[in-house]
Design a protein around this ligand. Structure first.
Ligand SMILES: C[S@@+](CC[C@H](N)C(=O)[O-])C[C@H]1O[C@@H](n2cnc3c(N)ncnc32)[C@H](O)[C@@H]1O
Length: 225
């Protein structure tokens, strides 16, 4: 069972998420997904959650007090207790790079919370004292953590039992241990020939040994292009 909560300033962004097939499957089984509006827990005027940066500069910074209020409000427990029970992951461009191994690790984590930043990002004290870790999708800057959170939910959920249909498996896919971390081999389906573009003969041979060897070779070449 995975309890996965998302704390965001834009909860409506996630309205569609539970309709996606594998996430819907997981919600019927191993996944409990919560989307929480951080503003709900702010006592500041107009439920503000951000403020101007000390030292000057452009943009607003997500405050540490309003972030803690949101975490403690969602779980009804002091921050220290929440930190003992779940991984609190702040989405941040400078964080640990998200990859297949990280997604498998989170699928088995039991309970995780994703904190979505906005504007200039979080007050550093959120990263130092509230989050248990930081996660980055890659070396580029997104407008907010929401899209990153959706990527994490999508990839992590694929590893939960029952999320994928019988005809799909997350085992033999790009970067999985079953492929020794290599990219997946190419797939083909009907028609056999289209505009002169043919399906490789070997895939029509029925020789499973040769097909497996060809697929391995393709993976090693990393021939996604
Ligand atoms: C506009 S960004 C802040 C960028 C920050 N000032 C910087 O230069 O790194 C606002 C929020 O988007 C999210 N974000 C941006 N890029 C990200 C990435 N590559 N991976 C994960 N989250 C990201 C984070 O939650 C961040 O706090």
């Amino acid at each position: 069972m995975l309890s996965l909560d998302i704390l965001t300033l834009f909860p409506a962004w996630f309205d569609w998420l539970g309709d996606e097939r594998h996430i819907k499957n997981a919600l019927d089984g191993e996944l409990a997904l919560g989307i929480h509006d951080m503003r709900t827990y702010s006592d500041l005027p107009h439920h503000a959650v951000d403020d101007t940066p000390y030292g000057g500069g452009a943009g607003m910074v997500v405050r540490v007090d309003t972030t803690v209020a949101a975490v403690e409000g969602v779980y009804g427990q002091p921050l220290d207790d929440v930190r003992k029970q779940r991984r609190i992951i702040a989405l941040d461009a400078r964080g640990r790079r998200f990859d297949d191994a990280y997604s498998r690790e989170l699928a088995g984590a039991g309970a995780i919370t994703l904190l979505c930043g906005r504007y200039e990002g979080f007050d550093q004290r959120v990263l130092d004292h509230v989050a248990t870790e930081t996660l980055s999708l890659g070396p580029y800057v997104l407008a907010g953590g929401e899209v990153a959170a959706m990527v994490v939910v999508d990839a992590v959920t694929r590893h939960l039992p029952g999320a994928l249909g019988h005809d799909e498996s997350a085992e033999e896919e790009s970067f999985a241990p079953a492929l020794d971390g290599l990219p997946e081999y190419p797939h083909y389906t009907r028609p056999l020939e289209f505009r002169g573009w043919e399906v490789p003969e070997i895939l029509r041979s029925g020789d499973h040994g040769r097909i497996a060897a060809w697929r391995r070779e393709q993976s090693e070449r990393g021939s996604a292009s």
